[in-house]
Design a protein around this ligand. Structure first.
Ligand SMILES: O=C(O)[C@H](O)[C@@H](O)[C@H](O)[C@H](O)CO
Ligand SMILES: [Zn+2]
Length: 295
């Protein structure tokens, strides 16, 4: 029989105010992530354990790999191309021009190269903000932008099913993980429905990723955990607790994508809270250890 145990390790101690958007870069064995209010994009080399960073001129909420090399990022209300070598950001498109208090939040690239990202009003405190100000957009490979819907509170986690026929999406303050039918040819979404409603102790759904079995992993802000969901049955399959409360997002990475990386926030925790969770703002690695028992 096989039993699995989980090991959780803080690979980079609390240096993020609001860590987000973990992305594994296979070519360099590195984890990319952002610290939104610190306006930093970071790249942590898992072999040397060194961190390189690039500072931009507005809150940076997501980063993604660009096929032609370099990265793309959502900075303020702009989709930008990043050049790591000369530390420059080139604006590709701007959204929400009429909403001065808005910024982008979570973003991810679909299998056809469209960069999906949603916006939100700037928070006055975690999860405190003017409601219904956000929208969901995508930047197409030809750099035109399409808007899908508005009235979003906190546009957050997103990913696609393994067959690319479903788009999963979280608007945090709906406390729901939603699904849409997805047309990879056109980038159109339709038929919105909820596949999971968070339980009270799970708190606020934030970043999300999909695993090799098509199950969803959702980071629960204030819940100090990532949860594994079966979007077909609407059941929670697993809960992995972390030693920090403000878990924001997760992605797979490492050798054969066998590890999970989790980001979290330090902002919004009082001094006593920080004594209880000194690693808040760190980067965590979750490792599954399989024990093969014979007999
Ligand atoms: O990480 C993010 O996605 C937001 O930018 C954060 O501000 C939190 O998620 C939010 O406060 C809780 O929903
Ligand atoms: Zn988020």
């Amino acid at each position: 029989m096989t039993m699995s145990a989980i090991k959780i390790e803080c690979v980079l101690p609390g240096n993020c105010r609001l860590g987000e958007s973990p992305v594994w870069e296979e070519a360099s064995n590195s984890l990319l992530f952002v610290d939104i209010p610190a306006k930093r994009v970071c790249r942590w080399d898992s072999l040397s354990q060194r961190v390189q960073q690039m500072t931009v001129d507005a809150p940076v909420s997501s980063v993604a790999l660009r096929q032609s090399g370099g990265y793309v990022a959502t900075i303020g209300t702009k989709f930008c191309a990043l050049n790591w070598e000369d530390q420059s950001a080139i604006v590709l498109a701007t959204v929400d021009k009429d909403k001065k208090n808005n910024r982008f939040n979570d973003g991810k690239v679909d299998p056809a190269g469209r960069y999906f990202a949603g916006t939100m009003a700037e928070e006055t405190a975690p999860a405190v903000l003017e409601r219904h100000q956000g929208s969901l957009y995508s930047l197409f490979p030809d750099h035109h932008v399409e808007k899908y819907f508005d009235q979003v509170d906190i546009s957050n986690g997103l990913d696609w099913s393994l067959d690319h026929k479903i788009f999963y999406y979280i608007d945090s303050l709906s406390y729901s993980v939603d699904a849409f039918d997805y047309d990879l040819q056109t980038g159109k979404i339709s038929n919105r429905r909820s596949v999971y409603k968070l339980e009270k102790e799970e708190q606020i759904p934030d970043g999300m990723c999909i695993d090799a079995e098509g199950k969803l992993w959702v980071a629960c802000y204030n819940g100090g955990r990532v949860i594994r969901l079966d979007p077909q049955t609407g059941k929670r399959l697993q809960t992995v607790k972390l030693p920090v409360d403000k878990t924001t997002s997760c992605c797979f990475g490492g050798k054969d994508y066998s590890e999970m990386y989790v980001t979290c926030a330090r902002d919004g925790i009082d001094p006593e809270g920080l004594l209880r969770q000194p690693e808040a703002g760190g980067i965590f690695k979750v490792i599954w250890q399989f024990l093969f028992l014979y007999g």
